[in-house]
Design a protein around this ligand. Sequence first.
Ligand code: GUN
Length: 292
Amino acid sequence: MELIDGNKIAAEIIAELKAEVAALPGRKPCLALVRVGEDPASVSYVTKKQKSSAEIGIESRLIFPPVTISQEELFALVDQLNADPGVDGILVQSPLPKHLNEVAVFRRISAEKDVDGFHTMNLGKLAQEDDTGFVACTPAGIMELLRRSGVPLSGKHVVVLGRSLIVGKPAALLALQRHPWANATVTVCHSQTVNLPALTRQADVLIAAIGRAEFVTADMVKPGAVVIDVGVNRVPDATKKSGYRLTGDVHFPTVAPLCSRITPVPGGVGPMTVAMLMKNTVKARRQNPVKG
Ligand code: GUN
């Protein structure tokens, strides 16, 4: 079994982007990061995005509206960022508080600044294999991890566990693409799937993105499979100072020995999500018709 080191691969991408940004004419790329409220996981993710931006030479603008912000007020904020010629990319951190309609907010962001790839236009472009659009960062990061680790997908059976807008659906579309590095046969499983283990055991590459701690157990994995663990779950752990430990959607101790390759949590997919957000922001800057 070999670990796929997301930290190492993300660091390579960040170094490449740093060189690319240094060579860009005119102003540096600018990313607006919107975080509603103080959800601890969101605080930590947005801080990581801010730090990576600084490392690459991307300007970040941080906007932290209170948890009480209304839908209309959040729309107004997005409209203002859409209209600002100095902002290339806009990210509204998910999850939003329950009283807000998340998908409506994602759609409000102009497609050209939607570095998360959640807008209808960008999902449509992904389905149409039009590479002028933005692809969601976590699935794009998974594909990049597989490519840079030398795991070919062509003709392989990729099983995606989870059908979310942020990971499962776009991951399935990416693995299906008519690219030499994709061309997979794809099965998408979810909470209503009957006899899930029979399907996951067919996977050459298993992408676990269901958000349930250690859900994937050894009996669900074919020996020699490549396992990509997208889960980031906080489970109580009295032995930790924080009171919790991070674990994936895969029961690592029993599944890892079976696999040919597996991503750890943390240090697998997570750092790749940030690296791909940075990549999308540089792309948004390049495609922004407002120069200077
Ligand atoms: N929450 C978890 N992952 C993501 C992501 O990729 N983008 C945003 N905006 N929120 C998230």
